[in-house]
Design a protein around this ligand. Structure first.
Ligand code: ATP
Ligand code: MG
Ligand code: MG
Ligand code: MG
Length: 573
């Protein structure tokens, strides 16, 4: 590639809305252009990285036996109605109508469509197991799109879906994908960690997230440096050991009993919309004291942040109003936003923390938007005579004993770049996706699903690899592996000749090389490539050539190294 025929558009300053370094550097390096909230054009430099990321994913998915397909971005609502997600998914699901007034979902994920494909196209159990994947545009109308491609609304995801005859098979397919993911993230050259995750609202039995380690990550990861234990904070907190500790401090829920209260009922009772993420609720309680009615305002912090989860409160004596608290209110009460509050695992005791004694508030109904998993009779806050500090909201802290007994826990932050789930029959049962077994009897398919945030990888890679000059791409996903910077390409015959010859040699060797023939001054030229983050640079100048040398500098090197021109091609390979 010749830079004069490519499109490079760098900026000295990042736009002021770019809050984190990857967003700033992607804007400055001309990788993306913002077209609207969470919506970007991938500019040529950015697209090259995306294509490299996709190529690695594709190779490893193919090797792992997954089969590529491409499902529609615009999906008929009927399929989403079959699984109930048309109603359950809140505003994150983008809905559109066609000219006939028919409803469609813009895919945020594709379980419904792939299950429909399989239920109609699969003829026999002999075709199982099968794993279909796609690399496709997704749309999620995120509440807070931010950090550039990190949390976009339109983004690219690789999503794969496995189908098996039985649970054992599903677990095997899951393991194959888990290993493929380890290979993929290793090939990206990124420092990552796979952590056990909570399945949240998607249901099912097993799940892991893959995180790129970065201090700016939205998620807290709990791991044991001396063993294999690793979980995200929510999953870590749900562990029996941690629950035992919570019980020992007698802080929270008292003997909740799983009830049959439906979300719909509770929502109706409270006059609330269904399916809202809840972080905190503000209650107004009227108390009668010495004949006078006093109003008290409560801020309850609920450990829930899952779009599909529901947290409902009812039967509070004197409850006169109820609403979701704003972030500002939480900040006022706690001094800070308590970061990411994990989804409520409805099969475990619900953890809810109040900032004051709530002795009169009892018999709550709470739980998630999943039938039969609500708790009734939950009383909390009784023992919280003192206000709790934000730090106390965490049950897992650095230095806690690892649940496997093999050391102590450490906490670090990560960016979720991949997620694997064992879904079981949640979708196949809802959509009647069965196969005929050996005896010709229909049985529901066991599913797994596996996502990688293709475009988010770009941001995550930069969060982990940058310096004050710009991005430092790992070689495998760099927009170009190497840049040739001739000094006076249009002035010196010698320089031009040497540059062209080296360019041809490197191309023949399969190096992804760009020749900067734009005629820029050395300072601007170097600054561009350092900002864009090309891992290798060769400077070709008359002075060096007179001694038979070229200058090589790796992006992380302090200084250039003189390399004999004749050896350069070999030196690079
Ligand atoms: P998050 O917790 O960050 O909202 P998620 O758990 O909702 O992500 P999944 O449904 O697990 O996301 O989707 C699979 C992958 O898609 C995620 O691991 C992530 O890498 C990527 N992804 C999800 N939402 C976005 C987004 N808004 N922008 C870019 N990538 C995303
Ligand atoms: Mg999400
Ligand atoms: Mg997540
Ligand atoms: Mg996820």
């Amino acid at each position: 590639m010749r830079a004069s025929r490519f499109f490079i558009s760098t900026l000295k300053e990042a736009p002021s809305d770019a809050e984190i370094v990857s967003h700033q550097l992607m804007m400055r390096a001309g990788m993306i252009k913002r077209q609207g909230s969470g919506i970007y054009t991938y500019m040529p430099v950015g697209l090259r990285v995306i294509r490299k990321v996709e190529a690695i994913i594709r190779e490893e998915m193919d090797k792992a036996g997954a089969i590529e397909t491409l499902m529609p971005v615009v999906q008929p609502a009927e399929l989403w109605q079959e699984t109930g997600r048309w109603d359950k998914m809140g505003p994150e699901l983008m809905r559109v109508k066609d000219r006939h007034g028919r409803d469609y979902a813009i895919q945020p994920t594709s379980e419904e469509v792939v299950t429909d494909v399989v239920r109609t196209e699969l003829k026999s159990y002999r075709q199982l197991p099968i794993n279909f994947y796609q690399i496709q545009t997704k749309f999620r109308d995120e509440r807070r799109p931010r950090f550039g491609v990190m949390r976009g609304r339109e983004f690219t995801m690789k999503d794969a879906y496995s189908f098996d005859r039985d649970v054992e098979g599903m677990q095997k397919s899951y393991q194959i994908m888990f290993e493929a993911y380890q290979k993929i993230f290793t090939r990206f050259g990124l420092q990552f960690r796979a952590v056990a995750a909570d399945n949240g609202a998607i249901g099912g039995t097993g799940s892991h997230e893959f995180h790129v380690i970065a201090s700016t990550g939205e998620d807290a990861l709990v791991y044991c440096p001396t063993s294999d234990y690793a979980a995200n904070m929510e999953a870590a907190e749900a562990l029996p050991l941690i629950q035992a500790r919570a019980a020992a401090t007698e802080s929270l829920v008292k003997t909740p009993t799983p009830g049959k209260t439906k979300c719909e009922d509770v929502a109706q009772m409270l006059g609330l919309p269904l399916a809202r993420t809840v972080k905190a609720i503000a209650l107004t309680v009227e108390k009668e004291e010495e004949g006078k009615v006093a109003k008290e305002n409560w801020l309850l912090l609920l450990r829930g942040d899952h779009e599909l989860n529901e947290v409902k409160v009812s039967k509070v004596p004197g409850l006169s109003s109820f609403r979701f608290a704003s972030e500002a209110e939480i900040v006022e009460a706690y001094g800070t936003l308590p970061g990411y509050l994990g989804p409520i695992n409805t099969k475990q005791p619900v953890r809810i923390v109040a900032d004051r004694t709530v002795a009169n508030m009892a018999d709550f109904v709470c739980g998630a938007n999943e039938a039969d998993y609500h708790y009734t009779g939950a009383n909390w806050g009784r023992d919280l005579a003192e206000p709790m500090a934000v730090a106390d909201l965490r049950n897992v802290v650095e230095g806690d004993a690892s649940p496997d007994g093999k050391g102590v826990l450490a906490i670090e932050r990560g960016i979720e770049v991949g997620h694997v789930f064992q879904l079981g029959t949640a979708y196949s049962a809802a959509m009647n996706a069965t196969f005929l077994d050996e005896n010709g009897k229909p049985a529901p398919l066991q599913m797994g699903c596996y996502g990688i945030g293709v475009t988010r990888i770009l941001g995550a890679a930069i969060e982990q690899n940058f310096d004050d000059k710009g991005i430092i791409w790992p070689q495998s996903i760099a927009p170009f592996e190497l840049v040739l910077c001739p000094m006076g390409y249009d002035r010196s015959e010698l320089v031009k000749e040497q540059t062209d010859s080296l360019y041809a040699q490197l191309q023949a060797l399969g190096v992804d090389v760009i020749l900067d023939d734009r005629g820029l001054r050395p300072g601007s030229m170097f600054a561009d490539w350092e900002l864009i983050g090309v891992p290798h640079r060769i400077v070709i100048g008359e002075r060096g050539l007179k001694e038979g040398n070229l200058e090589y500098q790796g992006r992380r090197d302090e200084a250039a190294t003189a390399v004999p021109a004749a050896d350069m091609a070999g030196f690079i390979k």
